[in-house]
Design a protein around this ligand. Structure first.
Ligand code: SAM
Length: 264
């Protein structure tokens, strides 16, 4: 193994993931910018705009009863973009309800503070349309057929029982609802792949050490990316969870991919 994380038993992965994000929560946003050279912002922008939220809101009369769930929502990057998109649709229309869901209370705390101090500081009614819920993606505390959109960005990789999380996503979506996953994936162009591996294994842990004092957390990150299924394999898993009209799209030569499916 490269860094000793490969042998982590299933029961311990959850604890490990929790420790990793506890230790980096405060520096999480800065590290994202550093490691991706700011690219994560563009990936997230594209991801959220490809969710087609304006069409969903218009079709349902201005957001009435539209519910969005952002799993592994962390410090709110996806949820804030979804909300901003909704705010841009029709002035005065009802906003969707957005649930930010994460296993780590520290990450959610940082997210809530961002909402209050940075993203929607003067817009209490907008903040009131967002709720922050702690829990595990493998056992969602929501009834069947609740949400119109399920998003998970850079989260599925951290989930211990992926099939279970995908089944839960399917269960809580309404018929016609959409599942969307943004996640690191695999580059196949040979030279690009070598450069990418060098960057991941050599540079990222050092950056992590310099900024957060925690190189281990960033070794975990790199290792978890390497072990995550390739684009086609993940697509099959999404299909096996019951989703239809599945597809994927590569960003940045496949270093990141978006997987999508519908609950028909
Ligand atoms: N979606 C955010 C973003 O794109 O900036 C945060 C991504 S962060 C890399 C991964 C998040 O997944 C962390 O906040 C972590 O606590 C959360 N997480 C890990 N395992 C989880 C699980 N089983 N259920 C819910 N959240 C989980």
């Amino acid at each position: 193994t490269h860094f000793g994380f490969q042998q982590v038993p299933v029961e311990d992965k959850e604890k490990l993931v929790k420790t990793v994000f506890d230790s980096v929560a405060g520096k999480y946003d800065v590290m994202n910018d550093l490691m991706s050279g700011g690219l994560h912002r563009l990936w997230k922008d594209d991801f959220v705009s490809s969710a087609g939220l304006p069409a969903v809101l218009r079709a349902q009369g201005g957001g009435k009863d539209i519910r969005l769930l952002d799993v592994a929502g962390g410090t709110g990057d996806i949820a804030f973009r979804l909300m901003k998109t909704a705010l841009g649709v029709d002035a005065g229309a009802r906003l969707p309800a957005i649930t930010v869901f994460d296993i780590n209370a520290e990450m959610l705390k940082v997210g809530q503070a961002r909402a209050e101090e940075e993203v929607f500081p003067t817009q209490a009614p907008v903040r009131a349309c967002m709720e922050w819920v702690e829990g595990n993606a493998e056992a969602l505390p929501f009834p069947d057929n609740t949400f119109d959109l399920y998003t998970i960005a850079f989260g599925l990789r951290n989930v211990t029982r992926r099939a279970q999380a995908l089944a839960e996503a399917h269960r809580v979506l309404k018929r016609g609802g959409r599942f969307m996953c943004l996640e690191f994936s695999h580059v196949s162009l040979p030279l690009v792949k070598d450069a990418y591996d060098l960057y991941s294994f050599q540079i990222i842990p050092r950056m992590g050490q310099a900024v957060t004092g925690d190189a281990e957390a960033y070794r975990y990150l790199v290792e978890s990316i390497r072990q995550f299924p390739r684009q086609e394999a993940l697509l099959r898993e999404v299909e096996e969870a019951g989703f239809g009209s599945v597809s994927f799209l590569n960003y940045s030569l496949g270093s990141v991919a978006v997987h999508s499916g519908f609950k028909w």
